[in-house]
Design a protein around this ligand. Structure first.
Ligand code: DCP
Ligand code: CA
Length: 430
């Protein structure tokens, strides 16, 4: 479980802690009303009049003339932030500060010491109130994104625990701009498409979201599904088109179309195969190649937001006899999950000791990732995270820029370029 804690009206709360006369009043930190600056932080009493951070001070003054306007004192805020951090470290060995007044704690294994997550949250809030006299809000959930959304939702002075399994119930009815990466501009784009709730967002086919938001669409879905919380600034700026142009998906009789699957209804499967320069009996080598082909096929699936439900392995022997076998898999686009199945399939095809001329993989029974939202599984979360990171690097620096340990054995047999190993039938082996 992840706990997200954020100080309410941080700059104002520090001023109020230092000067109790300011408590319970409309207070604005940022400068004096006749100055050109903007509001840095407004107390919740001032927010009742519509005052918001980032608003010109003169505007804030018009909305709430009775507010107390103060200059900020950054040194004090830093001191409070350090004390805040110090308290947090007593509650979890993993504390990650994401700003001066916000942190994420991994509270796995803390139950014996502090009790259930809500009890821990309540203790933490009280301790900070007691030691620093500042109010905080806490969100607790199984991943950072949901924990952060819960904290934002519970403000001010709140505590919201989202038990496992009730994440959908919590986020589906919320406005779509609770999602990371949906600022006012994206919100407007989505609203124009009739998407106002998180539920609408998740129901919308990926290709529409890709067109509307570019690569952010996929990142947002990934984050909701359990990926790490990232601020929009850390998201890559390339758009969906660049994914497509650097990981071309060809149309073959059994390949993927470049057009959205939902539009054409043609996307049946994605295949990658290669013929060896010399026929081989080396099983380790063949398995490595299968992993490599799977990585490439899965990369293509991820670029299209698709998941496969069936894996097929094909082998052609030196006498040109061709055999294939297949197995149903639970919907995935992670090569790490498909590989053990593919290995098993491969072995089942190698009953005779004949040299192998060609191997191929085919992933089929494709469905949209949209149908699989909110799959919470620790291992899948980790793999999705890893694969997203891999895809990002590969999109930027070429497929061969990161190669899995499993395929290092290929190094002796193939020349590598930035696009990965140069296989002998490159047209089939993107
Ligand atoms: N801040 C700033 N300028 C902004 C936004 C924030 O200087 N445009 C500073 C002042 C805030 C602090 O960062 O006190 C923390 O930002 P938050 O977004 O967490 O806002 P607050 O803590 O003020 O309010 P809350 O978290 O209760 O919404
Ligand atoms: Ca805050």
């Amino acid at each position: 479980m992840i706990l997200c804690i954020d100080i309410d009206a941080f700059f104002v709360s520090v001023e109020q802690a230092l000067n109790p006369h300011l408590r319970g009043k409309p207070v604005i930190v940022g400068g004096q009303p006749n100055e050109r600056g903007v509001v840095a932080s407004a107390s919740y009493e001032a927010r009742r009049y519509g005052v918001r951070a980032g608003m010109p001070l003169s505007h804030a003054h018009r909305l709430c003339p009775q507010a107390i306007f103060l200059y900020g004192n950054y040194r004090n805020y830093e001191t409070y932030s350090e004390k805040f951090y110090e308290i947090l470290t007593h509650y979890s060995p993993t504390v990650e500060m994401t700003s001066l007044d916000e942190a994420f704690l991994d509270i796995k294994g803390t139950q014996r010491l502090f009790g259930e997550p809500q009890i821990l949250g309540q203790k933490l809030k009280s301790k900070i109130q007691e030691k620093l006299s500042i109010p905080t809000t806490i969100g607790i959930a199984r991943n950072r994104t949901i924990a952060k959304i819960a904290a934002d939702h519970a403000k001010p002075d709140g505590l919201l625990f989202i038990p496992r399994g009730s994440e959908q119930q919590f986020i589906l009815p919320l406005s779509v701009d609770v999602l990371p990466g949906i600022g006012p501009k994206n919100l407007e784009v989505l609203n124009r498409l009739g998407i106002s709730k998180v539920e609408d967002f998740l129901k919308t086919p990926s290709w529409i979201l890709n067109l509307a938001l570019g690569v952010q669409a996929r990142l947002i879905r990934f984050l909701i599904q359990g990926g790490d919380y990232r601020t929009p600034l850390e998201m890559p700026t390339n758009n969906a088109e660049s994914i497509k142009s650097t990981s071309p998906v060809t149309t073959t009789s059994h390949g993927l179309s470049n057009r959205p699957a939902f539009l054409t209804g043609q996307a049946k499967s994605v295949s990658r195969e290669t013929t060896f320069a010399e026929d081989t009996l080396d099983l380790e080598f063949v398995e490595s190649l299968i992993y490599y082909l799977l990585e490439r096929a899965c990369h293509a699936l991820r670029a299209e937001n698709l998941l496969a439900q069936k894996a097929t392995v094909k082998v052609r022997f030196s006498d040109f006899k061709t055999v294939l076998t297949q197995k149903k898999i639970s919907a995935t686009n992670c090569q790490q999950i498909i590989f053990p199945v593919a290995k098993h399939l491969l072995r089942s095809l190698l009953k005779e000791r004949k040299r192998i001329r060609l191997v191929g993989v085919n992933l089929s029974n494709l469905i949209s990732e949209t149908n699989q939202y909110l799959l919470f599984d620790k291992r899948i979360e980790r793999l999705n995270h890893l694969n997203l990171a891999l895809d990002r690097v590969r999109i930027r620096y070429g497929f061969g820029s990161v190669l899995a340990g499993k395929i290092m054995v290929l190094q002796d047999c193939y020349t590598k370029d930035n696009n990965g190993y140069i296989l002998h039938t490159p047209s089939l082996s993107q």
